[in-house]
Design a protein around this ligand. Structure first.
Ligand SMILES: *Cc1c(COP(=O)(O)O)cnc(C)c1O
Length: 390
């Protein structure tokens, strides 16, 4: 008998939906032409890319000519940081971002610092929230880019993006948001939120891996990252990943359409996981209790290690994550929890459970049957556990 698998790591990646895979398949072999070629099997691929572009644009209220396909969230983030930085050096070399960004943003920002740019990393409150007033205070005459993630990948906190966008727009500065965790999970309107650039990635919303997009509002100054051929209106070179782009288009359309019903279902499961897990003594919710992604649960259990919890969950077929950059090679605590003021000793005991389309009430019940017992077992073995919790 196959081992039962309960997948609660949708923030790491998702399965491609069946209709996504079905839409992609013809483009691997039957409809293989190069979209830049004049003959019809090339041109039908160009039409498929344009159709996907229209779907991505519609999902975030952008115009199709403002959507550029990339190889995923990391490329989109790198394109923004490097492209916007080098396009605006005449105005200045100061960039504002936050302490809780994904490494695709943080490491690109650090590289820019090595190239002579100056970066301000905004703090967050205990819920992981950035304050629009702090954004405003950090703006200087030489600021050329502000980048604040839409929703956090570890703790699920959703930022006040529209308020921050309005502040940044009023100063005439480009505003980018890494919306990789938000697209397909919460409704997004780039016009209403004054967003100039937005990163998204297919594999976080039931599309394929290795394909994403960057929305660049018409008129925003940005240089190219990938140089070469004339693809993507001469802004992103390389023969297009046609199957991936077609899959991304189908995925974003069907997933965004489902948000109103699916988010209600997920929030109910999320909140029951949170309520039940917080009944375990010395446990704490990480992230905002309400302004959080419908699929994210992140809890710290004091006195034990997240790694140990994951290994035991895995023996029951439950896939979760420590929700931190802490992995077997690095014992660094999560930069997100650290920025939220969680002490190093206790941040090590955090677990992230991220649910999704295939998660059922039975899966939630299964995790609630196994996880409290795992915490008790690890605590009974830990020398750090106070006697009354053993
Ligand atoms: C997953 C993720 C990325 C990276 O996206 P890839 O497509 O895997 O390169 C960037 N930012 C956030 C917030 C993410 O969750």
């Amino acid at each position: 008998m196959d081992k039962k698998i309960v997948y609660m790591d949708h923030a790491a990646t998702t399965y491609a939906a069946p209709e996504v895979v079905e839409a992609m398949l013809p483009y691997f072999s039957e409809k293989f032409g190069n979209p830049s070629s004049v003959y019809s099997i090339g041109q039908e691929n160009k039409a498929a890319i344009d159709e996907a572009r229209a779907k991505v644009a519609a999902a975030i209220n952008a115009d199709p000519n403002e959507i550029y396909f990339t190889a995923g969230g990391s490329e989109s983030d790198n394109w923004v940081f490097k492209g916007a930085a080098f396009a605006n050096t005449r105005k200045g070399k100061h960039i504002i971002t936050t302490a809780v960004e994904h490494h695709a943003v943080l490491h690109a920002a650090e590289w820019l610092q090595s190239q002579g740019f100056e970066v301000t990393y905004l703090p967050v409150d205990k819920y992981g929230m950035v304050s629009p007033a702090d954004v405003e205070k950090a703006i200087r005459p030489d600021t050329i880019l502000v980048s604040v993630m839409y929703a956090n990948n570890e703790v699920g906190t959703i930022q006040p993006i529209a308020e921050i966008g309005a502040v940044v727009r009023a100063h005439g500065i480009s505003f980018h948001t890494d919306a990789v965790q938000a697209v397909g999970h919460v409704p997004i309107d780039v016009k209403a939120a004054c967003i100039d650039m937005l990163s998204l990635s297919g594999h976080k919303f039931y599309g394929p891996k290795g394909v994403g997009a960057l929305y660049i509002r018409q008129g925003v100054r940005i240089q190219n990252l990938i140089h070469g051929g004339a693809q993507e209106s001469k802004h992103r070179a390389g023969t297009e990943n046609v199957p991936g782009i077609v899959g991304l288009g189908v995925a974003i359309e069907r997933t965004v359409r489902a948000i109103p019903q699916e988010s209600v279902r997920l929030i109910a499961m999320r909140d029951s996981l949170i309520a039940e897990l917080l009944r375990i003594p010395a446990s704490h919710l990480n992230g905002h209790p309400v302004k959080r992604l419908p699929n994210n649960v992140n809890i710290t259990f004091e006195y034990i290690e997240g790694e140990g919890i994951l290994l035991l969950l895995n023996t029951f077929g439950i896939c979760a994550s420590t929700g931190s950059a802490c992995n077997s090679v690095s014992l660094e605590p999560s930069h997100v929890l650290t920025a939220m003021g969680v002490s190093h000793e206790i941040s090590h005991g955090s677990v992230r459970l991220t649910i999704g389309e295939r998660t059922t009430d039975a899966d939630v019940a299964y995790v609630l049957e196994k996880l409290p017992a795992i915490v008790r077992r690890l605590r009974s073995m830990s020398p750090l556990t106070p006697q009354e919790l053993k």
